[in-house]
Design a protein around this ligand. Structure first.
Ligand code: GLU
Length: 298
C-alpha cells in the first residue's frame, strides 16, 4: 500500500538571468500564476544562474522588477543555484560511484569530426548525438588524461542508466499532451550521453533542474514547449536518483504573425522595454490573453 501523504500543490518559475525576460516569459508566468492563484501561496521563484559566463546581475535584478510589475509574489525563499554547487557535486559523485557518468575529453571540433565520419549519427534536439568516443576509454587512460590536466566534461552513460532501470516503464503526464512514455529509443535518438557538468559550468541545466524540483517538492512544472523533449531526460534522472515525478504543463510558445518565436534577442519585446513604453501590466496581460501583441511590435 502507498503510505505517502498526497503532495501539496507547488509550482515554480525558474528563469536563467542570461538576458532580460521577454514577452514569452510573461506568457509562461501568467500560466504559472493562474495555476498558483487557485492554490494561493504555492508559487516559488528559482534563479537558474549556473552558467557563470552568461549570467549577469542586472538581468537578475530585472527579473525581480518584472515580477513585481506583473503583481506576482512568492512567500517562499528564492533559491539561487550558484549558491548550491556543492549539492550538485554530491550527486555527480554518487553517479560516478555507480559508473553512471564518465569523463569526456573531446573538444567540440573533435566531436564534429567524429560525426562527419559517421554520417548516419542521429540528430538530437541540441545538435548531433555524442558518438560516445570517450565512453570506451580505459580507467588508466582516463586517469592519465585527468592527471595531465586535460579539461573534461562529465557525460551521462545512457546505456548504463537504462541497464540499471531495466524492466521499468518511465511515464509522465503532460496536462495538454496527455500521458508520455520515455522509451530507451527516444532517449538514444534525442539525447544520447548528455553533458551533466563542464569545466566552466560545474553542473548542467538537466541535473540542477531535476534535483531542485525534487528538493523543493514541486508538484507541477509549467514551462514552454521548447523544453518538452528535455523532460524525457529529466524523467530518466528522476528514476536514477529516486525522485518523485511532478505533473507537467508544456505550453505553446508565443510567436509573431509570421510564426517566428520570440527569444531574448528580440530586444523590443523585453518586459523592461514594455514597462518603459508606458504599457501597464494589465494591458500586457490582456494582449497576451487575446494573442494580440501587434502594438508591441511597432
Ligand atoms: N532556466 C530555464 C530557462 O530559463 C528554464 C527551466 C525550466 O523551467 O525548467 O530556460
Amino acid at each position: 500500500m502507498d503510505t505517502k501523504p498526497p503532495r501539496l500543490f507547488l509550482t515554480r518559475f525558474a528563469p536563467s538571468p542570461t538576458g532580460y525576460l521577454h514577452i514569452g516569459h510573461a506568457a509562461s508566468l501568467l500560466e504559472i500564476w493562474d495555476d498558483a492563484d487557485k492554490n494561493p501561496g504555492n508559487f516559488l521563484l528559482r534563479i537558474e544562474d549556473i552558467d557563470g559566463t552568461r549570467c549577469r546581475p542586472e538581468f537578475e535584478t530585472s527579473i525581480y522588477k518584472d515580477l513585481e510589475w506583473l503583481g506576482i509574489q512568492t512567500s517562499h525563499p528564492i533559491r539561487r543555484q550558484s549558491d548550491h554547487f556543492s549539492d550538485y557535486k554530491k550527486i555527480l559523485d554518487k553517479l560516478e560511484n555507480e559508473n553512471l557518468i564518465y569523463p569526456c575529453f573531446c573538444t567540440r571540433k573533435e566531436i564534429e569530426q567524429e560525426i562527419k565520419n559517421a554520417p548516419s549519427a542521429p540528430h538530437g534536439i541540441t545538435g548531433h548525438i555524442y558518438p560516445g568516443t570517450c565512453k570506451h576509454l580505459s580507467k588508466t587512460e582516463r586517469n592519465e588524461k585527468i592527471q595531465s590536466g586535460h579539461p573534461y566534461a562529465l557525460r551521462l552513460n545512457l546505456d548504463a542508466c537504462l541497464k540499471q532501470i531495466t524492466g521499468k516503464t518511465l511515464k509522465w503526464h503532460d496536462i495538454l499532451k496527455g500521458e508520455q512514455v520515455t522509451t530507451p529509443d527516444l532517449l538514444h535518438n534525442t539525447h544520447g550521453d548528455v553533458v551533466l557538468a563542464r569545466k566552466d559550468t560545474p553542473a548542467s541545466y538537466h541535473l540542477c533542474v531535476t534535483h531542485d524540483d525534487a528538493l523543493q517538492n514541486i508538484s507541477q512544472i509549467t514551462r514552454g514547449d521548447d523544453l518538452f523533449q528535455s523532460t524525457h531526460i529529466h524523467r530518466l534522472l528522476q528514476e536514477i536518483l529516486g525522485y518523485d515525478t511532478p505533473l507537467y504543463h508544456h505550453h505553446p510558445l508565443m510567436t509573431d504573425k509570421t510564426g517566428r518565436r520570440f527569444a531574448k534577442r528580440d530586444k523590443s519585446l523585453t518586459l523592461k522595454d514594455i514597462r518603459q513604453k508606458g504599457i501597464s501590466a494589465a494591458q500586457l496581460k490582456n494582449m497576451i490573453l487575446h494573442s494580440n501583441i501587434d502594438e508591441l511590435l511597432i
